[in-house]
Design a protein around this ligand. Structure first.
Ligand code: AHR
Length: 513
């Protein structure tokens, strides 16, 4: 929880209360997303045609990509889309590679060779030490096909699709826990766009069958942006009381998480860095809609409350980086600040968010880019890395007092519903007693000397992300925006003041005494 009070004094202050734990952070908020789109799979994580063979392992996986991602301990990767799911038939992508059919791919206008499919993705997740999260085809797919996929991945009995997996060389079940009931089914760009009523009806029927087949799975409902009537309707229809039916049968909860998506962007720095606050309000409203469905549907308190799965989020302007051209956004320092504000939002809202997937993990609107000869860490890599490494355990209470940006926001309604302080802050304490505080100074002209409460007597490690100007990128191959480490001894005679540089992300860390 962060509280903010507006001050007209030129001296901001941040008080951190590490012993006031607000909520447990689910590490799954640092999850990733790999879609068959642009160069994410082919040329990103899987690149067998690359002449620089030293970059590849024996399966054609990019080792430099895996080596970059592994230290982040990305917990989950979503796959195979996104919009790609709506015409994807998983059976095209299993079995001998030479026998797999090439198909027209309608979401992004490509040809899908199916050389990379379910088994390759499972092996890649194992190599990345991450769990898979699969999205079902709610467009041209059928329930039969969806059940067959669950059986192929998780089946342990002597059944057709479990045996097909064994026949393909994979004796052990993959135990895929997370399954999405379609992707953005409300979108006019979808193959088989649906009304909220039609979608909710189908989601209920599929969920019932899928949970009968494998009660261990978690199902993710396809919401919209969190604060829409689609979210209200789908939650209201699909959150149902579990427990014993009239016939004495145990009914499982149909859905475990509610997915929402949002991309933010603006060429204007202040609109860009304040836009993620729209996500914060969307989470708050969506959380209220979950509660409303619980109340209206009389869900018993003993039933686990569904969380929000923010399974696509990032800075992305489709006109600037069109999906049909691979959506290779070139991220700026301003975007790095925006991503840090996004991550602050996810930490502040850790009570409600059970999973979040940065979209995407390689090449497509991504912190990490590949070339034929290596990788480039974009500006937004650095806040993502810092949060994955350090912002875990519990969210803790913070009070921020400073002046606020008062100009236009994007969307416009952010201005009406959120404060937009110059310093955007979240704080955590991990299970070893390390306190981490992320402070984003969104001001493009002013360093902000800030009094810190809660750091008395601490030896503080400082991690700073900044660069020459808000528009600078790393895409020329030089690291214009990187990570600098230093130490700070808070000085009581200086009122424990720390200067947060203009246009920067700073993480302060200390071990509680
Ligand atoms: O992540 C890129 C695309 O954005 C996804 O395929 C889709 O779900 C969203 O519209």
């Amino acid at each position: 929880m962060t509280t903010f009070s507006l001050t007209t004094s030129s001296s901001p202050s941040i008080a951190i209360f590490p012993s006031h734990k607000v909520s447990r952070i689910n590490r799954n908020i640092y999850s990733g997303f790999t879609e068959h789109m642009g160069r994410c799979i082919y040329g990103g994580i899987y690149d067998p045609g690359n002449p620089n063979k030293h970059l590849l392992d024996s399966r054609g996986f990019r080792q430099d990509v895996l080596e970059a991602l592994r230290p982040l301990q990305v917990p989950v990767f979503r796959y195979p889309g996104g919009n790609f799911c709506a015409t994807y038939h998983w059976q095209d992508g299993v079995g001998p590679v030479q026998d797999r059919p090439a198909r027209p791919e309608l979401a992004w206008g490509n040809v899908e060779t199916n050389h990379f499919g379910t088994d390759e993705f499972m092996q890649w997740c194992q190599a990345a030490n991450a769990e898979p999260y699969l999205c079902l085809n709610f467009g041209t797919g059928t329930l039969d096909e969806a059940m067959a996929w669950v059986e192929y991945c998780n089946g342990t009995k002597d059944t057709y699709y479990a045996n097909l997996r064994r026949q393909n060389g994979h004796p052990d079940p993959y135990q895929v826990k997370y399954w999405a009931l379609g992707n953005e089914m409300w979108g006019p760009w979808q193959i088989e766009q649906m009304t909220q009523e039609a979608y909710a009806e189908r989601a209920v029927q599929w969920a019932k069958a899928l949970k009968l087949l494998d009660p261990s799975i978690q199902l993710i409902l396809c919401g919209k942006e969190g604060a829409t009537s689609w979210d209200y309707h789908t939650l209201k229809r699909c959150l149902q009381p579990a427990g014993l039916s009239d016939l004495g049968e145990e009914r499982l909860p149909l859905v475990d998480m509610h997915s929402i998506h949002l991309y933010t962007a603006s060429h204007d720095h202040y609109e860009n860095v304040t836009a993620p606050l729209a996500a914060e309000r969307s989470i708050e409203v969506c959380s209220g809609l979950i509660d409303l469905a619980i109340v209206e549907n009389k869900i018993p308190a003993s039933q686990k409350r569904p969380t929000i799965c923010f399974d696509e989020w990032n800075v992305w302007s489709p006109p600037r980086a069109p999906g049909s051209q691979g959506a290779e956004e070139k991220y700026t320092l301003s975007d790095a600040l925006a991503v840090a504000v996004w991550l602050n939002v996810l930490v502040r809202k850790s009570r409600d968010v059970g999973m979040a997937c940065i979209a995407q993990s390689v090449n497509v609107i991504s912190p990490l880019m590949t070339t034929d000869t290596g990788i480039i860490r974009q500006t937004i890599w650095w806040p993502y890395e810092l949060f994955c490494r350090f912002m875990k355990g519990h969210t803790v209470a913070v009070h921020v007092a400073c002046e606020a940006y008062a100009g236009s926001t994007k969307p416009d309604w952010v201005r009406a519903v959120k404060d937009t302080p110059w310093l955007d802050v979240s704080a955590t304490v991990d299970d070893d007693g390390w306190v981490s505080v992320c402070v984003v100074n969104i001001h493009r002209e002013s360093d902000l000397m800030t009094r810190l409460g809660g750091v008395d007597g601490q030896k503080v490690k400082v991690y700073t992300i900044t660069g020459g100007h808000p528009e600078v990128t790393n895409m020329a191959g030089t690291e214009e925006v990187g990570l600098k480490e230093s130490d700070w001894d808070p000085d009581p005679s200086q009122d424990f003041a720390f200067v947060f540089p203009k246009c920067s992300v700073t993480m302060l860390r200390w071990k509680m005494q």
